[in-house]
Write a protein that binds this ligand. Structure first.
Ligand code: FCB
Length: 445
């Protein structure tokens, strides 16, 4: 059955600086924690690094032309803090600002709204050397960087996000250690979570003061979790995973408190007045979503849980993530009830990795990605029908790119990137998505 999206529905595509830009030592960019981490043997699959990535720093004109061809109304990308402030604070790198200046102009020329995320995981290494997100000063330096960037681009960019998935920054970067900077410590992860919340608050306050007309938010990450069975310790493990991965940021920033399983531990980190900074009014509610998972107890994990593989027979993507569009619909409904009420809701990342191949005619027949998008977009329509004000959907991602600890092994793009030649190939899903962005109805299965 064909079913239309609302006329003003915003179609978008998302990327992130470290995952696509490359040119990590060019034009004065300073090192980030992901440069250090990816160059540390054993941290990233196949020893991949973001040194070249999609070479977007040099090919941005071509990539903006792809966006134009895709027909999206918005493009979300991130600015790299170490490109703008190579040491995190202090001397400004004019060339870094010029890069984003040109990029924003090209995006606008293509008739596309730029949406900027100010932090997609590439902390300047110089700041990590001073404690990184465990250091409360970094929260203020982040706000300085945010204002500096907004002062340069804010005459043309209206939509800003303070952070992408702060949960992964804190809990994978400092807790589990499979992301930069690679610490495995419960205490460090909780400290980082609180400082990230403060940084969001200081950033929001400073941006709001700078330009009251900005549209400001944070990009959360929300995935439903279920205990593997009804054993008490699995139920406890699941509540903990939910607290740190789903709730620690939206609960603090919107409800003004930490979720129960970590509330007592957080107490000693909270200084008087912190929640007045952290709890700022948002203009939109945004989150990323891919899958759901089951959880069991694991005493070796810093937070005593393990994520389980999906049950055999369940459909999965190349990440091993279960394809569960109904969990997506439920999540949107729950997010509205718990956090956002009447705030416009945006899905700022959703998509799927599959092992794509270019055929001898230069085509990529990614049927599975089309099916995934069809089902997940169907869930968006169902959520809208249930009264959730979903105003836009941004696919992850425009291009295949550096998938963090999995390097170039996982392909999420609508555009295939041949990393040897940097040639781009439009996948069939690109054409599928372009039709929707141009107003076509969704053919529901
Ligand atoms: C999200 C990240 C994004 C990308 C996708 C697959 O968690 O924000 O950079 O890696 O997952």
């Amino acid at each position: 059955m064909p079913s239309h999206f609302p006329d003003d529905f915003l179609w978008g595509a998302s990327t992130a600086s470290y995952q696509i830009e490359g040119a990590v030592r060019e034009d004065g960019r300073g090192p980030s924690i992901w440069d250090t981490f990816s160059h540390t043997p054993g941290k990233v699959l196949n020893g991949d690094t973001g040194d070249v990535a999609c070479d977007h720093y040099h090919r941005w004109r071509d990539d903006v032309a792809l966006l134009r061809e895709l027909g999206v109304g918005a493009y979300r990308f991130s600015t790299a803090w170490p490109r703008i402030l190579p040491r995190g604070r202090g001397p400004v790198n004019e060339k870094g600002l010029e890069f984003y200046d040109r990029l924003v102009d090209a995006i606008l020329d293509a008739g596309i709204q730029p949406w900027i995320c100010l932090y997609h995981w590439d902390l300047p290494q110089a700041l990590e050397d001073q404690g990184g997100w465990r250091n409360r000063d970094v929260a203020r330096w982040y706000a300085d960087y945010a204002v500096l960037t907004a002062r340069r681009l804010g005459d043309r960019v209206k939509h800003w996000a303070t952070f992408n998935e702060p949960n992964n920054v804190a809990f994978r970067g400092y807790g589990e250690g499979d992301h930069a900077p690679g610490l495995r410590s419960r205490a460090a992860a909780l400290e980082a979570a609180h400082v990230l919340n403060l940084a969001h608050g200081f950033g929001m306050r400073a941006l709001r003061e700078e330009r009251p007309d900005f549209q400001l938010g944070n990009i959360y990450n929300f995935h439903p979790r279920e205990p593997a069975g009804d054993r008490e310790q699995d139920v406890v493990a699941c509540a903990m995973l939910d607290a740190i991965m789903n709730r620690a940021f939206p609960d603090a920033q919107i409800l003004g408190r930490y979720p129960e399983p970590i509330a007592a531990e957080m107490e000693k980190l909270i200084a008087p007045g912190d929640f007045e900074i952290i709890r700022q009014k948002l203009d939109y509610f945004a989150f990323n979503h891919y899958t759901r998972s089951r959880v069991r107890h694991d005493s070796d994990h810093p937070f005593h849980f393990a994520r389980l593989e999906p049950e055999p027979g369940k459909p999965v993507t190349d990440m091993g993530w279960e394809i569960a569009p109904d969990a997506f619909r439920q999540t949107m409904v729950e997010m509205k009830e718990r956090y956002s009420e009447e705030l416009p809701m945006y899905i700022l990342e959703n998509g799927a990795a599959f092992a794509d191949r270019v055929d001898d005619k230069g085509r990529v027949n990614d049927r599975e990605r089309i099916a995934y998008l069809r089902d997940y977009l169907g869930a968006v329509q169902d959520a809208i029908a249930a009264g959730v004000p979903v105003k836009g959907y941004f696919v992850w991602s425009l291009l295949d790119n550096f998938e963090w600890a999995l390097g170039y092994d996982k392909r999420f793009g609508l555009v295939y990137v041949d990393y040897d030649t940097q040639k781009r190939y439009l996948k069939n899903s690109f054409h599928f998505y372009a039709e929707l962005a141009n107003g076509a109805a969704l053919e529901r299965g």
